[in-house]
Design a protein around this ligand. Structure first.
Ligand code: NAD
Length: 291
């Protein structure tokens, strides 16, 4: 058996085309251009690459891209003042503060200062609570992208056994919540999980979000399972958490690294910005872009 390769690149390109079509309609019908502001504190080279690529894709779908590059020693007061200013600016529909922040800045405090309606990363405590209680929220981009790939490949997920490896606030926990909302029976595995291979072997859906190259071995995977590899490690050659070469012979479907989850993350960020813009203007939300 050879697994179907889930083409995240193609899926993300399709989503970006849908976003661009909605942006064009917002512009012609209502004279509105969605705006996404990205704040980068410091000069972390990896973050700089992400921010640059987010800005480029924002412009490509016809949205307004705003970038704030702040010094690494920016004070809490100055950062919070900038967030307040963007919260009050009606031309800014989405605000993203690139993580990680320098050590002297409290990430929770900063993220929770963003207007939840503009929190396109979905990390604000209000959005976490809304997602957890099955209400309309902003959904974190990476898990949302994974869910879209799963739905695209499997259709309905009702009753499937899912294992999420990793319990971070930005990937693992919201991923588990989304799968639960889609009626999966969800297990969250993490660094203290006993018999991880045994736990993974029972799953119809495996989402690996650890950051340890090749950790998930092919003999951990239930034959026919759908495997979503979120992990990325490495510089020029990126590697996922799953032993891809081995897993391809066992899984039913699998995302490659690169070209799987990664492209979906930015596409979902753009989709979230359009949704935030529609909500802010009391317009119907575009179908097909949300959960
Ligand atoms: P994190 O470091 O915050 O969390 C990693 C999680 O892995 C932790 O919850 C930890 O408990 C778990 N873990 C560590 N060792 C383990 C082990 N031996 N067995 C089982 N679980 C273990 O990382 P994160 O921010 O959640 O990101 C996870 C991975 O996903 C990273 O490689 C990151 O680069 C990648 N990522 C990719 C995208 C994308 O768009 N493709 C987006 C976000 C994160």
């Amino acid at each position: 058996m050879t697994a179907t390769i889930i083409d995240g690149k193609a899926c993300a390109a399709k989503l970006r085309r849908q976003v661009a079509a909605h942006v064009a309609r917002l512009n012609t019908d209502h004279g509105i251009t969605p705006g996404l502001a990205v704040v980068l504190v410091g000069e972390d080279p990896v973050s700089q690459v992400y921010v640059r690529s987010k800005g480029k894709m924002t412009v490509e779908v016809g949205m307004h891209s705003i970038r704030h590059q702040l010094d690494a020693d920016t004070s809490k007061a100055d950062l919070l003042a900038l967030i307040d200013q963007m919260n009050a600016d009606s031309s800014v529909h989405g605000i993203l503060v690139q993580l990680p922040l320098p050590k002297h800045l409290d990430e929770h405090l900063v993220i929770n200062a963003i207007d939840p309606a503009k929190d396109v990363d979905g990390f604000h405590i209000s959005n976490v609570g809304l997602l957890g209680t099955g209400q309309k929220s902003m959904v974190p981009c990476t898990p949302l992208g994974c869910l879209m790939l799963l739905r695209d490949h499997l259709g309905v997920l009702d009753g499937l056994g899912a294992v999420v490896i990793g319990r971070s606030n930005i990937v693992g926990k919201p991923m588990a919540q989304l799968l639960l909302n889609d009626n999966c029976t969800v297990t969250i595995a993490h660094s203290q999980t006993r018999d991880l291979p045994g736990v993974v072997r029972r799953a119809d859906v495996v989402v690996a979000a650890v950051g340890r190259p090749g950790m998930v071995r092919s003999d951990w995977i239930k034959p026919g399972a759908t495997v979503i590899d979120v992990g990325i490690k490495g510089g020029t050659r990126l590697t996922g958490d799953v032993d891809f070469e081995g897993a391809v012979a066992v899984a039913g479907a699998i995302t490659p690294v690169p070209g799987g989850v990664g492209p979906m993350t930015i596409a979902c960020l753009l989709a979230n910005t359009v949704i935030a813009c529609c909500r802010a203007n009391g317009l119907p939300e575009p179908g097909g872009l949300t959960t």
